[in-house]
Write a protein that binds this ligand. Structure first.
Ligand SMILES: [Fe+2]
Ligand SMILES: [Fe+2]
Length: 216
């Protein structure tokens, strides 16, 4: 992924940044494992249930690997991720499209970071990232095949993917909006405070506050 390559010097540049990035990956992998387990419990197909459970085991391993790598770089134990229950919220086709899209992005991101880690002389991290990117490629492949099977055609799979991307963009927009709301509130209240200051001074000059009892 281009963006990951561009950001790699900033995200892998120091052990502290590395630890933060690896902890974020551990959280994402853990959240993905939880969603896959929920999907395995909800799908009506025993074959897909087995596929989701096997996939969940891989993501659990990835979460542990990234958490260990974060600790090796001086980070503390990463906070565990939360399930989003995408299966219940988006249906099985929507869930699969979302997972497929995420696997594809993960594969590209990990491969780009592996190249960068290699260049920075961290062969151990490069090997870890390459191995995980290989797993993500397999996840991308099987979810792609299931998408076609469940939607009934290549065109149906593409449509589900477009919807997943649009939904993800909307979700990101809302999350950023929520995060920004606090900042916007603080900035606007500070501006209002200083904008009202001349009027406060004017009132103080025109009607100075008196201490004690105010005579009638
Ligand atoms: Fe993974
Ligand atoms: Fe994966």
């Amino acid at each position: 992924m281009r963006l990951a390559s561009l950001l790699a010097p900033f995200t892998l540049g120091s052990p502290r940044r590395r630890a933060r990035l690896l902890a974020a990956f551990a959280r994402a992998e853990h959240a993905s494992m939880l969603d896959l387990r929920l999907a395995a419990a909800a799908t009506p197909s025993p074959a897909r249930q087995a596929a989701y459970l096997s996939h969940a085991l891989d993501e659990e391993r990835h979460a542990r690997t990234f958490a260990a790598a974060a600790r090796e770089n001086g980070g503390s134990d990463p906070v565990l991720g939360d399930a989003e229950d995408l299966f219940a919220r988006r249906g099985e086709l929507g869930f699969l499209a979302f997972v497929h899209h995420g696997e594809s992005r993960g594969r590209r991101q990990f491969a780009a970071l592996a190249t960068r880690a290699e260049r920075l002389g961290d062969a151990r991290l490069a090997t870890t990232l390459t191995a995980i990117a290989t797993d993500e490629a397999q996840h991308e492949s099987y979810t792609g095949a299931l998408l076609v099977e469940l939607s009934g055609s290549e065109a149906g799979a593409r449509k589900a993917l477009r919807r997943a991307r649009a939904w993800e963009a909307w979700r990101t927009f809302r999350r950023v909006g929520r995060a920004m709301a606090g900042v916007v509130w603080t900035v606007s209240m500070t501006l209002l405070y200083f904008a009202l200051l001349p009027f406060v001074l004017l009132v103080l000059v025109a009607r100075p506050a008196r201490r004690g009892l105010v005579p009638r």
